[in-house]
Design a protein around this ligand. Sequence first.
Ligand SMILES: C[S@@+](CC[C@H](N)C(=O)[O-])C[C@H]1O[C@@H](n2cnc3c(N)ncnc32)[C@H](O)[C@@H]1O
Length: 305
Amino acid sequence: MAANSENTGSETFRLFQSTDEGKNAPNFGGLGFFDSLETPLPPPPPCEEILPSEVSISVKYAVEQVDLGDVTLLKGRVSTREVFALSNSDLVPGKYEGGLKLWEGSLDLVKALHSEIQKGDLSFEGKKVLELGCGHGLPGIFACLKGAGSVHFQDFNAEVLKCLTLPNVNANLPSGTSVSDNCKIRYFAGDWGEVDCILPHARTDSKDAASSNDNATPGYDLILMAETVYSITTLPNLYSLIKKCVSRPHGIIYLAAKKHYFGVGGGSRRFLSIVEKDGILTTSLIAEVVDGSSNVREVWKLSCK
Ligand SMILES: C[S@@+](CC[C@H](N)C(=O)[O-])C[C@H]1O[C@@H](n2cnc3c(N)ncnc32)[C@H](O)[C@@H]1O
């Protein structure tokens, strides 16, 4: 295992040198990426829809403000130790995939979406939105605030949805307000390799046969994702899921990620090489963040050809 790892008994990985745990602001610190998994992954957790009533009331949740220039959102802080019995880990592959931490790409994505709206290149009004690998869910929350008709939040871990995403949605979109009344919000836990079977607007053979979609048009108008392309092994499943989920021909995908995640082999460029090889989506770079660290962050927009 490469330097900077933390071994707490199970295989733990650090994607950054430090996390935001125990501090007042998100830590978007340095580099120090980790390498590959030599032990086989455990089977993924089952795919399940999480209902708003399943919001955790036992895990401590402290609210903080996230200031993004023109946009201010609220985010919670919960302890990885309390939820997963892990101390200060960025992620544990196959068990906990990093959803409790706020990653800098999600803030890059919210800023980029805001700028797209201001330029007249994007509208969320009435749109069906899916946030993949949501964690805190700030891009999806932003979509609700900007008039989305529905937002579906997906995370690997049901615990993340119950302990963090749901409380974040409740903090930013209190019930009884026009925004929360107008946007239909649902939550789905599961691995990208199989979660399409429960995502209401995804195209799957079984769902098409049963005509069970709750909307006549299959596919999501907008798919948002931040910091989801770090692990090289998950990229094919993630891309395949996106193809099942994006509405054609007008659906759009916004992706925020680091250009390279050193050591794990993933990154925006690696993911885009899969996309470009397949040839059904066009790609354009809409934002680049070069903040003096050696790792460039990017926001990409993918559209159907
Ligand atoms: C690095 S975190 C990013 C969280 C959030 N988007 C952010 O930027 O703060 C990666 C996210 O992708 C999800 N994820 C990673 N691998 C996954 C997989 N194989 N299937 C489903 N979700 C996965 C994790 O649960 C987590 O929410």
